[in-house]
Structure formats: C-alpha cells, structure tokens
Design a protein around this ligand. Structure first.
Ligand SMILES: Nc1ncnc2c1ncn2[C@@H]1O[C@H](COP(=O)(O)OP(=O)(O)OP(=O)(O)O)[C@@H](O)[C@H]1O
Ligand SMILES: [Mg+2]
Length: 384
C-alpha cells in the first residue's frame, strides 16, 4: 500500500502541510530539528493511533496553536491499498484542563473507533530508538508485539484490551483478598477470564514470533554478511523460572489456568497477577549468546533492524499488502555493507520513506531512482 497524500494541521512543527507522495522510495532530507521524525510519526499515528515516541500526546499539537480557543491537531492520510483507496483522519483536541487530548478518528469521513482504524493502513517504522527493542525492557518488547499483531488481527487487539481490563479487576480483587476484605473463591471467575483471553494473546504472539524468526533467518545473515546467526524466541510467562515448551493451541487455556492456580498463594501475598502474557518477553540470541545482555550496540541495532524488515514481510504475508516502511535516520547508523544490503532488500512495489541529514549516505544510483524531498522548519519542498 502507499500513502498518496498527507495533510497536517498544527502537528508538532508543521503548522500546515499538504503533500503528495510518490510511489516507491522517497528520501526526506533535512538538517537536525527540521521535522523529519515528526513527519514519519504523523504517518505512524494515523495508521496505529499511537506515536512511536513516548512523549505526552498533548505535545502533538503545535505550540503556536495553544493560543487558540480550542487547540487541536489534525492528520489526514489518503492511502491506496491493494483493493481500495482509503482516507483516514485523526483529530486530537486539547482536553479542557489543558492536559490530555481527545482523539477522534474517521475513515472516509465517517467516525470510527480506534480499534476499527488500526490495521486499515499498516506501517513499519525503524528509528534509532528501536535499539531498545533488543537492549531495553520486556515491556518495550511486549508493546512491539502488540502493535504488530494488532495491525494484522483485529481480534488480537480486542482480546488484549479485554485481557488488560480483567487484569486490573483481578489485581484489585487480589489486594482485597490479601487484606481479608474478599474471599479467595471470588477469584475463580477472573482466573477463567484471564486464562481464556490470555491464551489467545499468547497463541498469536507465539505464531508471530515463529514467523518473524524464520524470516529474520534470511534477512540477518544478508545484513551482516553471514557472519552471525540471530535467533528470536518467544518467552511466555507460565509462572516457572525456566522456559518450558509451549502447549498446543487447544491446550493453552487449561495450561494457563493451571499455572495461574499454582501461583495463587504467591499472588495473594503480593496482591498482583504474576502469570500471563503481561509478563511475557522476547529473547534475542546472536550466535547463541543473549544479545540483550551481551550484544554490542551494533549487534543490537542490526538485530532490531532485521526484526523490523522481517515484520514488513510478515505483515505482507498476513494481509496480502506491503506495509509502508518508514526508516528514520537509519543510514547514518549502519556501516556501508549493511546500507547496501538494506537498500537491495527493498521490494519494488513497496513504499519506503527514508529520512536523512546527509544524502551522501546513499548510493548515487539509488538516489537516482528515489524522490528527494527537503524539509526545513516544518515545510517540505521537492528537491531539483
Ligand atoms: N508541539 C510542537 N510544536 C512545535 N514544534 C515542535 C513541537 N514538538 C516538537 N517540535 C519541534 O519540532 C522540531 C523537529 O523535530 P524532529 O524530531 O522532527 O526533527 P528531525 O528533523 O527529525 O531532527 P533530527 O535530525 O535531529 O532527528 C524540533 O525542533 C522540535 O522542537
Ligand atoms: Mg529525527
């Protein structure tokens, strides 16, 4: 699929932007702090309803618009997909107390819930921050798994949201039981809910990670020149200290329920749910060594990039349409072999938007086939 047009109003340092985007490869070039990352983030937000940055959402709104009586930002994207053209619109308005924002989404002009928007347009973003996928905390890896799975499976997102609600309820009940204000047998209902919803999340995550691992087996050696072997494994949490083989899909709910019940006394003592996908992790090993713990920065970055490129293929296989690939500042981080390999891995029908401060990081023959845009203080122009 490809984004044909992007419209921004009061989005970060873009007061107003209406931009047609070409098919194939685009390179958005600009000095530091001109709006390269913001531009990619706008596409990420309209596709996933979330920013790839952890900053508060109120910062999406242009500072100058805070003078307005009703500060808001709007992102509109027109996207050509395999079978149809879709227009997605997100308007975020500053909350009355000046803190949070209210997001409203529309598809082809009709209001829609976020859950109905996610997956309509698929994106894969790779930025320098993604080294945290490998080097960072398990919660970052779970978030990654969730955004990816939500893009290819609407039921995943619904199950996850229900799971998180059940988890909150169950945790408060566990605290009541601990404080002897509720009876332990009240937990039975929540245990079942947690196991059923959790089993679906675990099953989809397992499936995705197995597919990503297989795809990364081809991509990673190409990036590194066959010097290293990357393995990505799903580490679900069934309460034990050592990873066990996962049961079949049919057995997952009962196994998860059994694990939850085994942990009962510890859970009551701590007043918190200890077993389930909210404690899952991903494990990366490079040549058999844990990349998260022992990997060099370069190894961690390459593992994260291989995973993202695998994700793009995974989404294409699952949905039948290539996601929009957003590569933020990636060239400056790679050595020349990895750059070449990355550029040669791009499929001709795929829309890819690179950002760069320096065009010299690209091969001239590659640039000759790309559209080059220049960004300066939130304005974008086609380079000549
Ligand atoms: N809400 C906002 N209103 C106005 N400007 C903002 C807002 N949020 C961020 N900015 C500004 O947007 C500018 C561009 O940020 P962005 O991260 O897109 O730069 P960049 O081109 O990716 O730079 P770099 O090369 O350093 O990564 C920054 O100077 C930042 O201060
Ligand atoms: Mg940037």
């Amino acid at each position: 699929m490809r984004c044909e047009h992007l419209g921004l109003t009061n989005f970060r340092n873009y007061a107003r932007l209406e931009l047609d985007l070409p098919p194939g490869v685009t390179v958005l070039q600009g000095d530091n702090a001109q709006g390269k990352t913001n531009f990619l983030d706008a596409i990420h937000i309209v596709a996933t309803t979330r920013s790839a940055r952890s900053a508060p959402e109120r910062e999406w709104i242009n500072w100058l618009a805070f003078e307005d009586p009703l500060p808001y930002t709007r992102i509109v994207a027109k996207v050509r997909r395999a079978a149809s053209v879709i227009q997605i619109e997100m308007t975020a308005t500053l909350g009355e107390n000046g803190n949070g924002i209210t997001k409203r989404m529309k598809i082809n002009g009709a209001p829609r819930r976020s859950v109905d928007v996610i997956g309509q347009v698929t994106v894969v973003l790779f930025s320098p921050l993604d080294i945290d996928l490998v080097a960072g905390s398990p919660s970052q890896r779970r978030r990654y798994l969730d955004i990816m799975n939500a893009q290819v499976d609407a039921k995943y997102l619904r199950s996850l949201q229900q799971y998180n609600r059940v988890l909150l309820q169950r945790n408060s009940l566990l605290r009541l039981v601990r404080d002897r204000q509720a009876k332990p047998d009240q937990l039975a209902y929540w245990d079942l809910q947690l196991a059923d919803l959790g089993a679906y999340v675990v099953d989809r995550r397992r499936d995705a990670v197995e597919a990503l691992n297989t795809l990364a087996q081809d991509i990673h050696p190409a990036l590194t020149g066959r010097q290293e072997f990357l393995h990505v494994a799903y580490r679900p949490n069934f309460g034990g200290d050592t990873p066990e083989p996962l049961p079949s899909r049919a057995d997952l709910p009962t196994r998860l329920l059994a694990a939850i019940q085994t942990a009962r006394a510890r859970e009551i003592a701590q007043g918190v749910s200890l077993v389930g996908p909210h404690r899952d992790d991903l494990q990366f090993t490079t040549d058999g060594i844990d990349t998260t713990v022992y990997g060099s920065r370069g190894q961690q970055r390459t593992a994260a990039l291989a995973l993202k490129l695998a994700e793009a293929q995974f989404i294409r296989e699952r949905t039948g349409d290539s996601p929009i690939l957003l590569l933020d500042d990636v060239m400056s981080e790679l050595d020349s072999r990895r750059r070449r390999q990355l550029l040669s891995s791009i499929r001709p029908e795929q829309q890819v938007i690179f950002t760069a401060t320096d065009l010299e990081d690209f091969d001239p023959s590659f640039l000759a086939r790309a559209t080059i845009l220049r960004v300066k203080s939130g304005r974008i122009e086609k380079a000549h």
